[in-house]
Design a protein around this ligand. Structure first.
Ligand code: C2E
Ligand code: MG
Ligand code: MG
Length: 645
């Protein structure tokens, strides 16, 4: 019989290409990846032996009979192993060894073992095939059992993929159905037309489908850097965590990426990312590198020694500026490390923990390292607890507003006050506003919180008109995120309008970072505020590195000097000179200057002598509840008694 080997040859070429791509990209060691490689290699071996056997059968030389028989035996064994390995591969996606019942494992092993035994004994009884004296290949009486075996396995795979459809997911189930249909058709055609060698082709198609859908190594690749992406990192971590296999993680944040993009352009930013990826690849032989998000890279180290060496190498590498396009660019990194990450609850926990650790590193101009320990773990758990609680607090409006009065040095009385949010956790006690505000900012809840507080402030002020006769108004903090939220500023302005209170009673405090970061949104917001007659105050002046020029272009009437500038003004002449001169410059420019964080009489006296207009700080009063505020500002009236409970 003349055999058509065209299908087999094309299938072999196809599989060799797939193997080449797979080996180039396959850096990870998951069970599925290993099982896929086994299936791929068995598929290739099956085709190679199929070709070899076809060649020997066509030659039909009696002197090569022993060789033909050997090759055929191997081919028959491979045809048993290929469907078994396919089932094994698919199983890695829905079953772990522990959860696979023993009887089922035995049931899976017995049929291929028996078939293999019969194939090995075929030499004696010729059940499946034999080579006659003239070297011709002759089919045995049980030849069709091979097809039945393959058919049975296709059925088992089809049934299990149906039963475990929810664990496999839609995409995998679809791919499995497609490949089974293809292999099934090929097996049936070859069982009828023996000369068309389609089974090997079917296997190749099946591997191709798996390669393009389920096991595509490029699917988890970051196109810019060529590193694996966050999904692959997740897959790896879950694999290690599930098996409690020791691993250690480092995250590397390119802190200045945003600045590089803004000043030098995104092309240079991309170059910096590519170069960082190249440098990190060299960190350790067994260390795997991933790109998690815009500026963050993640490294998995299998041993502590590798982890420590990686830490050191990264610190050394990134203490030098990068050479990009002929110019040297400073690109410090923030490194966070977690040892024994397998002890964490899940990969999501690990990623959240890394976020938390990197949030502990203030924006920096040099490479810094922070190592997770018991204390940071506690801190992270605390933040998580607050994060959960925040949702409830927003739904049930559990926030409070406190007010800190602000004293006028010229009028010698309180003239305004700052509204500050407060939150108490039922078991953890009061939560620092810095903690819950930053969580609300990250989780996009800050606008909701801002609006709730705005309404509360309006209700309070409306209920106490006598308070508004005493002071000029109230200052409310506005987070940068609130400026970004579409329609939010309009909602704040509408709330003020609906309260019926004069808009001039309100002013919003924004920090200097806002003025440079979100200028377009900022200008829209500013238009809304100014046209409504609402004032603007620059908060925490001197705490950041904002461009003074762009800050002063904004229509602030009041500037609040940051508390940090106050430290040492009583003891350090340079600190005092800086404060004094800044106040003098700002006042000459027409701003009202408020000193924040004044705690002592000595500070108060100095600041008053330097011409500071208003004083806010614990020296006069900490932020107080509504009732205390009324007692403080309206001591002679009954308002305090009538205030809201
Ligand atoms: P901020 O706007 O700069 O508020 C002043 C902070 O300094 C307040 O901290 C206040 O309690 C504290 N402070 C005032 N005087 C002194 C002093 O003499 N000594 C010391 N050590 N501290 C003093 P608080 O209430 O913890 O608020 C922290 C920050 O949280 C605020 O800084 C503000 O940026 C933010 N924040 C608070 N409430 C809200 C809110 O409702 N919305 C928004 N967006 N941010 C808020
Ligand atoms: Mg403020
Ligand atoms: Mg402030």
């Amino acid at each position: 019989m003349a055999y058509n080997v065209d299908f087999l040859l094309s299938a072999l070429i196809f599989l060799l290409i797939i193997l080449n791509h797979f080996m180039e990209q396959r850096a990870l060691n998951t069970k599925s990846t290993k099982a896929f490689l086994t299936f791929l290699l068995l598929g290739i071996a099956n085709i190679v032996f199929d070709l070899l056997c076809t060649f020997l059968i066509t030659l039909a030389r009696p002197d090569l009979a022993w060789m033909t028989e050997c090759c055929l035996t191997i081919l028959y064994l491979l045809q048993i192993l290929v469907p078994v390995s396919l089932l094994g591969y698919i199983r890695t996606y829905y079953e772990s060894d522990q959860s696979w019942p023993r009887w089922r494992r035995v049931c899976c092993v017995i049929p291929p073992l028996l078939m293999s035994l019969f194939i090995l004994l075929n030499h004696r009884n010729g059940l499946f095939f034999r080579i006659d004296n003239s070297g011709n290949y002759v089919r045995g009486p049980y030849y069709l059992c091979m097809y039945l075996f393959a058919g049975a396995y296709i059925l088992v795979i089809a049934v299990s993929s149906h039963v475990y459809a929810s664990q496999l997911g839609r995409q995998k189930v679809r791919a499995i159905r497609e490949l089974l249909l293809l292999v099934g058709i090929c097996v049936v055609i070859q069982s009828i037309y023996h000369d068309i060698l389609l089974t090997g082709f079917g296997i190749a198609m099946c591997i191709a489908i798996l390669f393009f859908t389920i096991n595509n190594p490029y699917q988890h690749m970051d196109s810019l850097t060529g590193l694996f992406d966050l999904n692959y990192f997740r897959e790896q971590c879950n694999h290690f965590i599930l098996r409690r296999k020791s691993f250690h993680v480092l995250s590397v944040d390119l802190c200045q990426l945003k600045r590089i993009n803004r000043i030098l352009g995104t092309d240079i930013g991309n170059q910096a990312l590519i170069q960082t990826a190249q440098m990190l690849r060299l960190v350790g032989k067994d260390t795997r590198v991933f790109r998690s998000s815009g500026k963050r890279f993640l490294l998995i180290c299998p041993t502590i020694s590798e982890y420590e060496a990686a830490q050191q190498k990264i610190q050394e590498m990134f203490s030098q500026p990068m050479e990009i396009g002929g110019s040297s660019i400073s690109s410090p990194v923030a490194i966070c490390g977690i040892i024994h990450a397998e002890q964490l609850d899940s990969c999501e926990f690990l990623l959240g923990y890394l976020d938390y650790l990197s949030s502990l590193i203030a924006s920096t101009n040099r490479t810094v390292l922070i190592q997770g320990n018991q204390e940071t773990r506690r801190g992270f758990r605390y933040t998580q607890e607050i994060e959960h609680f925040l949702q409830t607090a927003l739904e049930e409006d559990l926030f409070e507003v406190y007010f800190q009065p602000v004293y006028s040095t010229s009028q010698k009385r309180y003239v305004t006050m700052e509204a500050l949010s407060r939150l108490r956790h039922p078991t953890l006690g009061p939560v620092s506003p810095e903690v819950f505000i930053s969580i609300a900012e990250k989780s996009d809840q800050i606008a909701q919180l801002g609006l709730l507080q705005m309404r509360r402030i309006c209700v309070f002020l409306k209920a106490h008109p006598e308070l508004m006769e005493q002071i000029q108004g109230v200052k409310i903090n506005l987070s940068p995120m609130e400026l970004l939220k579409k329609g939010h500023i309009q909602q704040l302005v509408d709330t003020i309008r609906e309260s019926g209170l004069p808009a001039s009673c309100f002013s919003f405090e924004i920090t200097e970072t806002v003025a440079t970061d979100y200028s377009e949104n900022l200008w829209n917001a500013i238009d809304l505020f100014t046209s409504a007659g609402i004032g603007l105050c620059l908060d925490d002046f001197g705490s950041g590195y904002a461009n003074l020029n762009s800050v002063l272009k904004l229509p602030f009437s009041v500037i609040k000097m940051d508390r940090s500038l106050l430290s040492d003004i009583c003891t350090d002449e340079k600190a005092a000179a800086l404060y004094r001169n800044t106040v003098s410059v700002l006042r000459n420019m027409g701003y009202t200057v408020v000193a924040e964080g004044v705690e002592t009489l000595a500070e108060l006296e100095l600041l008053s002598s330097w011409g500071v207009d208003m004083i806010q700080g614990f020296y006069f009063s900490p932020p107080v509840s509504r009732s205390k505020l009324l007692e403080l500002l309206l001591p002679k009236t009954d308002a305090a008694k009538n205030c809201l409970a």
